[in-house]
Design a protein around this ligand. Structure first.
Ligand code: GLY
Length: 352
């Protein structure tokens, strides 16, 4: 069992990582909410793929807590990450008379954490949320750090709020039911953590058996994220490092109508950005091939069929754009990335 503390302006919370932890959800909640008002209703929000796998076990694990447990299931998929789905959750909470002292449990992958977290952030101007990630991607990234929100037709994650959870409960046993393809989607994000600041993690992912090291991988990624969030909770500087590969990734996801999953798009984005950085003389030659080789170990793609001209409109819609400037994340070497602000027009020229 590992415990990682995330220190934020709104308080410190724990990410608890351990096999079989879901069964101890009530006791974990008692500890996490100690000294706070006790929720009398707990709203479990999940999606249609996760519900048949983990909803019953979650509801049963909540029984000892003694609160009324209500459930809301929305259709699985990135296309659910929109305001309509959040509106559905808000209506559900209101219809069930959920109050300020109650609690939302977000049970699922990145989409669930983002939209249930966003609903919790804005319902009654904010009620507590607990994140229970069921994908590797959610376990190592989206469940930690308080970014919640939805996509808009113009781009990914364009609407949202920072809303930190009261607890992140990560049970790696929940990842056992994941199809390998979805597990490996999360590996792309884990490789990202290696490239931005943890060379030993990168080497582990590039050479070792993932099954044997899954908990270590989760712990190292969460520890990195907790450090970055503690220093830059509101994404005004260093936190942008976590977006390595994401500028291209969001464009690829959008261009493909989300046929290319987030992790796969991040993998391609990291290789594209590393190649671009090498072409500009900003990085070593080794970065792009090393990242590509690591990704290929997990059957992750390293290139896209979309041309720069097709990607460009989406790249310019990137939420990290600030006025005429875009902040690129460049790997100086494996284990060290830097932020590279660039004029949008110059960036357009680079892509040609
Ligand atoms: N997933 C990137 C971040 O939390 O900042």
């Amino acid at each position: 069992m590992a415990t990682i503390e995330v220190k934020t302006k709104s308080g410190t919370y724990q990410v608890r990582i351990g096999r079989g932890l879901l069964a101890h959800l009530s006791a974990e909640l008692e500890t996490a909410l100690a000294g706070q008002k006790r929720p009398s209703t707990i709203a479990v929000v999940t999606e249609s793929n996760v519900a048949p796998l983990h909803l019953t076990a979650t509801v049963e694990a909540l029984a000892p807590f003694g609160a009324k447990v209500i459930q809301h299931v929305f259709p699985a998929g990135e296309t659910s990450k929109k305001l309509d789905t959040v509106a559905g959750i808000l209506d559900f909470l209101a219809e069930n008379r959920v109050t300020r002292s109650d609690l939302v449990v977000a049970l699922g992958g990145g989409v669930t954490g983002d939209i249930a977290g966003f609903a919790a952030a804005i319902y009654l101007r904010g009620i507590r949320v607990v994140q229970i990630p069921t994908t590797l991607l959610a376990a190592i990234d989206s469940s930690v750090g308080g970014k919640t929100g939805v996509d808009l037709p113009a781009g990914k994650n364009l609407c949202g709020a920072f809303w930190q959870p009261s607890l992140v409960l990560c049970d790696p046993d929940l990842l056992k039911t994941l199809p390998q393809e979805i597990l490996h989607d999360g590996v792309a994000e884990a490789i990202k953590y290696g490239v931005i600041g943890d060379r030993p993690l990168f080497d582990l992912l590039a050479t070792q058996n993932l099954d044997e090291h899954l908990e270590t991988v989760i712990e190292r990624c969460v520890a990195s994220k907790a450090d970055i969030v503690a220093r830059d909770e509101f994404d005004r500087g260093e936190r942008a490092l976590l977006n390595f590969g994401h500028t291209f990734a969001h464009a690829i996801e959008k261009c493909s109508g989300f046929a290319v999953s987030h992790g796969r798009a991040v993998g391609i984005g990291m290789v594209m950005m590393s190649r671009l950085a090498f072409q500009q003389g900003w990085t070593h030659e080794e970065c792009a091939p090393a990242i590509a080789t690591a990704l290929q170990r997990y059957a992750l793609p390293i290139a896209t069929e979309f041309t720069p001209a097709q990607l460009l409109p989406y790249l310019l819609g990137d939420k990290k754009r600030s006025g005429k400037e875009l902040t690129l994340v460049i790997p100086e070497s494996i284990g060290r990335c830097v932020l590279h602000p660039i004029d949008v027009e110059e960036f357009q020229r680079l892509g040609k």
